[in-house]
Design a protein. Structure first.
Length: 94
């Protein structure tokens, strides 16, 4: 593994979520965001939502909306799905 690669950290985080290892997943997402200088925050929101940290996930989504970030609907839909927000999944725009 390339420990300085944010992309690898995000992919590893998603794999850990699928494996049910939420604390480890959140750690990987946080490391990825730190390595990327804040980029990839939607992946961290997904990690938080998957780990049951709904307020943290919603805070990130709100910040992305305020910043006018353009994100692929796929990432937004996954985050809203992890939050259990069916309406957000359909709209999937920050």
């Amino acid at each position: 593994m390339q420990p300085r690669s944010a992309g690898i950290r995000f992919h590893l985080g998603r794999a850990l979520v699928k494996n049910g290892e939420m604390a480890e997943a959140v750690n990987e997402f946080e490391t990825g965001v730190n390595l990327a200088g804040g980029a990839g925050a939607i992946s961290l929101a997904y990690g938080y939502a998957s780990a049951g940290r709904r307020d943290d996930a919603r805070r990130i989504i709100q910040q992305l909306r305020r910043d006018g970030e353009q994100l692929p609907p796929y990432y937004m839909a996954g985050t809203y799905a992890a939050l259990g927000d069916k309406e957000g999944v359909g709209g999937a725009q920050p």
